[in-house]
Design a protein around this ligand. Structure first.
Ligand code: CA
Length: 246
């Protein structure tokens, strides 16, 4: 299988700094988005530690050589190791206490024609194909929990003041539950990883329209960021796009 990718990250219009980070390693078929949190730029440190730890861990374990089970195991272990690294750093450096990050990571498993995903927090993975746009990950947020329990509608959840309260993050605890999933890949499929700075500004319909109309991956990534900023850009915005070429 072959693939191409593009990524953009932007501070947005309101935040003083960008605490998102992304990982784009087309050579390994590995991609990730992380959205850090914590005062004194600690969020920036947490998200960077997450993507760097995943990159290092995957570096020695090329996904082309493995099937989907093994890829999911390696990715999950890499995310748990990132959790440990961030948690320890937060423990020893007082100004980093309580720092954490989301992470959504993807590894293409060429042999099985699937993408393995590992996910913690409210950054998202979507797949866009001939059937349209579908969210693959489920947010680890208080509002998502309320939706699952029938206490809030998805519409109310989108506008809820507690919309950014996470129920899971990397680094905040000694251990973490990592969601693992995979998705079949066909030529022409597009995968999107993004931070919530995109999805709080744009609906799934907005995202699908931009992906459909954009002329190329780089232009699509640019257009997503531009549109999120045009609507207020209240948070850092990060998008990673991967297109399967066959
Ligand atoms: Ca964010």
């Amino acid at each position: 299988m072959k693939w191409e990718s593009a990524a953009r990250t932007d501070r947005g219009r309101r935040r003083p700094q960008n605490e998102d980070a992304f990982l784009v390693r087309p050579d390994l078929g590995v991609f990730a988005v992380a959205d850090g949190m914590g005062g004194h730029a600690a969020g920036d440190v947490a998200s960077r530690l997450a993507v760097d730890t995943i990159a290092e861990r995957i570096e020695g374990a090329h996904s082309r050589r493995y099937g989907r089970r093994r890829a999911a195991d390696i990715l999950g272990a890499a995310v748990r190791e990132a959790n440990h690294t961030i948690h320890v750093a937060a423990d020893v450096e007082p100004d980093k206490a309580g720092m954490g990050t989301t992470v959504t990571a993807l590894a293409i498993v060429s042999r099985d024609h699937v993408a393995a995903l590992a996910h913690v927090g409210d950054s998202r993975a979507y797949r866009f194909d001939r059937d349209g746009l579908r969210q693959l990950t489920k947010d680890h947020t208080w509002v998502q929990q309320q939706v699952d329990e029938g206490m809030l509608t998805p519409y109310q959840a989108r506008r809820h003041p507690f919309g950014n309260v996470l129920t899971r993050a990397l680094g905040t605890d000694a251990g973490v539950d990592v969601d693992s999933l995979d998705t079949e890949l066909r030529a022409g499929d597009l995968l999107l990883l993004c931070s919530d700075g995109l999805t709080t500004m744009l609906s799934d319909g907005d995202i699908a329209a931009i992906l459909r109309d954009a002329n190329g991956l780089g232009a699509a990534a640019e257009a997503l960021v531009e549109e999120a900023n045009a609507r207020g850009g209240i948070d850092n915005i990060t998008v990673v796009l991967v297109r399967i070429e066959g």
